[in-house]
Design a protein around this ligand. Sequence first.
Ligand code: CMP
Length: 143
Amino acid sequence: MERTFLMVKPDGVQRSLIGEIVSRFEKKGFTLVGAKLMQIDSTLAEKHYQEHIGKPFFQELVDFITSGPVFAMVWEGKNVISVARNMMGKTNPAEAQTGTVRGDYGLSVGMNIIHGSDSPESAAREIKLFFTEEELLTYDKVI
Ligand code: CMP
């Protein structure tokens, strides 16, 4: 089954949106297989955002993601990578549709509430960066 990495960013945590965001993905039918509240240090931030090294907003990105706790998650389900991206909405909240996480709650392209892997390759890389195998649970839903 496909897995993706999602993360409630510091703005989402501080605005008490963890429950709302988890609820959206639960109600969609995806399965939460790992989650933790954590503080990202600059080493992890630079690894996570390695594709953006050299871009003008890179330092701002690292400063923001390390500014307070994030809620890191791994979700499992059919087409979860692309469906979760649709549920998140466009990167810039001003362009994200109402009904998406960023469209409903995001303030700016930097403070856009949530991160989600954009491909199977980045999902595999990001899951490994944030979670050990032991922290991820595989289980069948019986009810
Ligand atoms: P995210 O999905 O976490 O992946 C990279 C992030 O870079 C993106 O969300 C945005 O928050 C951020 N980002 C993209 N473009 C800009 C920009 N022009 N200025 C600041 N941050 C940006």
